[in-house]
Ligand binder design. Structure first.
Ligand code: TRP
Length: 457
């Protein structure tokens, strides 16, 4: 196997996804992440349940999906990393900066995503040992607070980096594809088990009501903006990752249907996560919440209160660890692909040096709760700064430029040829509609996301 990889590289062929199932597993692995667990379900419950889900689906259809298709198409057409992709399609023009913004933001996201992933890994371990098996809110909070203000999280961040780096060093088909093909079905099984547990608790209906009961009065401008931003973040757009993954997809893959499958499965995972969380939260009389306090304070209490809770606590955190890991794999691949192709570095060297850089810069995010608690950039701790600069600035900016490039500057003919596999697929009609949405709807929608993220409204 080793020899085969070496040989293909020697002959100048790029590594890529070997099977269609691998394409879906890897791409869905990138989309499914912490967002499905701590963002989507809570935001849905707070903003009108099923009514919000409908708005979210519309945002997916008119913004998220077109941008996802665009990134996959650009990647596969150019067959190169996110920076060179634009250099190839638009030689001697500054469009490559779009890809550069993406790769840079993938790197910056890694700096704080690995902090949270480290917390999750440690909670898998703590669930095993029973250290987080407590039923009172104060104990659960003080366990979390003393954990993140200590030094242990730094070690867990390194564990995360080593795990992710090991997969990336093994290559695209032998590493990313093989691992996500195994982990994604496992994640699904754990999710089903957690759902069965939560939905068979007494009073489960109340949680389902929180998640799903439509409340149209909550559909305000803010809710729509939230749905827009969420559709973008959920599909890992504007970070060079989907361009990079697209470049590994074979000529016979149907990119439009891949994007559709990924977007719909990702939404299903979010809903199933919500169904595992809220029925349990309500069954034991806790308050629904979002973000770190939902995951690291409420969830341990909730699971500690239920029959077989100790086992399910381990299962649940393993599920979250898998989601975070497959997302990080795609994040790391974007800069590694850039460094190997643009700088001519070996995969090993590119991975190790990126990890070293993330370890150094990412330590400032991890220590935002410890040594660097008082250190602020733009009024934010380093942890919040990385989150803000990527989610609110780079991600929409890179996505917007990518959409403008494909909609207004690239040739429509080439785009259509790539999206229909040279006319072999009978999806010309859909591609035509998609092109118009991309050209007119997407730029306006992303500009609104951008201005909203920068607090213009
Ligand atoms: N989609 C991921 C989630 O839901 C988060 C994310 C945003 C991401 N951008 C990304 C993951 C880029 C990988 C690559 O948690």
């Amino acid at each position: 196997m080793q020899n085969k990889t070496k040989n293909t590289q020697k002959h100048g062929q790029r590594d890529g996804f070997a099977t269609s199932l691998g394409v879906i597993a890897a791409t869905l692995g990138s989309a499914v992440g912490l967002g499905n667990i701590w963002k989507f379900p809570y935001v849905t419950g707070e903003n009108g349940g099923a009514a919000f889900i409908l708005i979210y689906l519309l945002c997916l259809l008119f913004v998220g999906l077109p941008v996802l298709i665009t990134e996959l198409v650009v990647g596969r057409k150019a067959k190169s990393n996110a920076v060179r992709a634009f250099k190839k399609l638009a030689p001697h023009q500054p469009w490559f900066l779009t890809g550069a913004a993406g790769v840079l933001s993938a790197f910056l996201i890694l700096c704080f995503y690995t902090t949270v992933a480290g917390w999750v890994y440690s909670y898998v371990f703590k669930a095993f040992t029973g250290a987080i098996y407590v039923t009172s809110a104060e104990s659960s909070r003080s366990i979390f607070d003393s954990f993140i203000t200590g030094w242990e999280p730094l070690l867990w961040q390194w564990v995360v980096l080593v795990v992710t780096g090991t997969v990336i060093m093994a290559g695209v088909s032998h590493g990313i594809e093989r691992v996500t093909k195994f982990l994604m079905p496992l994640l699904f099984i754990l999710l089903v088990l957690s759902d069965v547990r939560a939905l068979t608790l007494p009073n489960a209906m109340e949680g389902l009501k929180f998640l799903l009961e439509p409340d149209w009065s909550k559909i305000t401008g803010t809710a729509v903006l939230t749905a827009l931003g969420l559709s973008f973040f959920k599909l890992s757009l504007g970070m060079g990752t989907m361009i990079t993954y697209g470049s590994y997809m074979g000529e016979q893959e149907n990119l439009v249907s891949t994007a559709l499958k990924v977007a719909s499965s990702d939404t299903l995972v979010s809903l199933m996560a919500g169904m595992a969380i809220f029925p349990a939260v309500f069954a034991f009389g806790f308050e629904p919440d979002a973000g770190p306090s939902l995951l690291f304070i409420t969830i341990p209490m909730v699971f500690s209160s239920m029959p077989l809770g100790r086992i399910f606590l381990v299962l649940f955190f393993s599920l979250v660890a898998i989601a975070a890991t497959t997302a990080m794999i795609s994040l790391l691949e974007a800069p590694v692909a850039y460094l190997t192709e643009e700088r001519g570095w070996s995969r090993k060297k590119a991975t190790l040096l990126t990890l070293l850089a993330v370890a150094l810069l990412g330590a400032t995010a991890t220590l935002s709760f410890n040594l660097l608690a008082e250190f602020k950039l733009l009024g934010r701790t380093m942890f919040d700064f990385f989150d803000f600069i990527t989610s609110s600035v780079f991600m929409p900016l890179s996505g917007l430029l990518g959409a403008l490039f494909v909609g207004w500057f690239w040739s429509r003919k080439e785009l259509e040829a790539e999206a229909t596999n040279g006319g072999a697929l009978a999806n010309g009609g859909i591609v035509g509609i998609y092109y118009n949405v991309l050209k007119y709807v997407v730029p306006i929608a992303i500009t609104i996301i951008l201005l909203n993220g920068l607090n213009f409204f």
